[in-house]
Design a protein around this ligand. Structure first.
Ligand code: SF4
Ligand code: SF4
Length: 377
């Protein structure tokens, strides 16, 4: 296993940590037909990850409908608590008063069956949320929990612009950050600038969405061809290595839903070498191919859940992306026929776009799909 040394920005050596280069994200466990976590399948993955040396486990209040935290508690119970790092996040969108911080925090401790979190994050900061939380006294309250030893390191996950990131970095002394970073977003969503800013402010960071919710696994054929190699390196391994090569990164999170993904990540860590200048040029070309294929950057985070028209948004956007790469209208129509709610049912209420961290114009995508699949239009 490859490890990174996390060094606390405040110089407190007690907070330093040796973190596995890949961390286990708790958002995409294997599930049963009713969408509940398939305990046996997910537990087997955790056991393999732990045995391979993965020591960072990342969960959050809403993952898997609130069941991810409890799953980790059960799955990791047999391992000494001090042998792994557990990360959890405060659901900021549910916090309207400072008194709610401890309410959620204590509930999370209970769900996770632990007394403390090694890493604790303000979940999904935008500049507006940061300002609101500062005003409510939420960040001061989290600092108190840190002083009480219940939070070892305090940070934030982030979905906004570089200007917003700078305001957040200026506004508080953070132990770490967490950003979306991959070779598609490097230029497309200014991830390069986010990396530079975190380094300027000396804040170590984690990376989420290294394979862009699968977009850098299922790359178009022309991109795959560019990544063919004699060493047996997989397509996603390039994305993982790109993320692990970022300056200031101390862990790359991956939501591994099967053994193929997990074993591939372990192999990538064990044979790690930084991406070369030549590989960077190739990856930029692959990114250009993906962008030109007009794929929507949905990461399947499911923040948009609860569409009033009953549309399963990430699944429907996946059909959109498949169509954009294959242009197979027949297959698209057949897939749409199987959906519980068709894209044409979209009433363009905008509820989904307002919460989508990728800023996808979802109603517009639904309109395009409706045109392609409704005979009368
Ligand atoms: S805009 Fe359309 S897809 Fe989005 S929540 Fe509203 S009805 Fe659903
Ligand atoms: S459409 Fe946006 S909010 Fe919904 S799953 Fe995709 S990335 Fe997440």
């Amino acid at each position: 296993m490859k490890y990174f040394d996390y060094r606390s920005p405040d110089g407190d050596i007690a907070k330093n940590a040796r973190v596995s280069a890949v961390g286990f994200g708790g958002m995409r466990f294997p599930v049963n037909e009713d969408k509940s976590i398939n305990y046996d399948a997910a537990k087997a993955l955790i056991d393999r990850a732990y045995e391979a040396g993965i020591n960072y486990y990342d969960t959050a209040y809403p993952y898997h409908g609130g069941k991810s935290e409890g799953f980790f508690a059960e799955a990791l119970a047999e391992y000494p608590r001090e042998s792994y790092y557990l990360a959890d996040k405060l659901p900021l969108w549910l916090v309207e008063d400072v008194s709610e911080v401890r309410k959620f925090f204590n509930e999370q401790l209970e769900r996770c069956k632990t007394d403390y979190f090694d890493f604790y994050l303000c979940h999904a900061f935008t500049q507006a949320r940061f300002e609101k939380m500062t005003e409510l006294g939420v960040i001061d309250e989290l600092e108190k929990l840190k002083a009480e030893g219940k939070i070892k390191r305090l940070g934030f996950s982030f979905h906004d612009t570089p200007v917003a990131l700078e305001a957040i970095l200026k506004g508080h002394k953070w132990d770490f950050g967490q950003i979306q970073y991959n070779y598609l977003d490097y230029t497309m969503q200014d991830a390069k600038r986010l990396e530079e800013l975190l380094n300027e402010y000396n804040v170590p960071f984690l990376i989420m969405e290294p394979v862009r919710g699968g977009a850098l696994v299922n790359v178009p054929e022309a991109g795959k061809k560019l990544l063919e190699n004699e060493e047996g390196r997989s397509v996603p391994s390039y994305a993982m290595r790109f993320a692990m090569s970022a300056s200031g990164v101390f862990c790359v999170l991956s939501g591994m839903k099967d053994f193929d993904a997990l074993n591939d990540n372990i192999k990538t860590c064990e044979s790690f070498r930084e991406v070369s200048a030549e590989e960077r040029v190739t990856l930029q070309k692959v990114a250009d191919i993906i962008i030109s294929a007009r794929l929507l950057p949905c990461t399947e985070c499911r923040y948009c859940e609860g569409c009033p028209a009953g549309i399963a948004i990430p699944e429907t956007l996946k059909l959109y992306n498949t169509y954009m790469t294959t242009e197979d209208k027949g297959a698209l129509r057949a897939s749409v026929d199987k959906l519980a709610a068709r894209p044409v049912a979209c009433i363009a209420c905008g509820a989904c776009t307002s919460v989508c961290p990728q800023h996808i114009d979802i109603p517009e995508a639904m309109k395009t799909l409706a045109k392609l699949t409704e005979k009368k239009q």
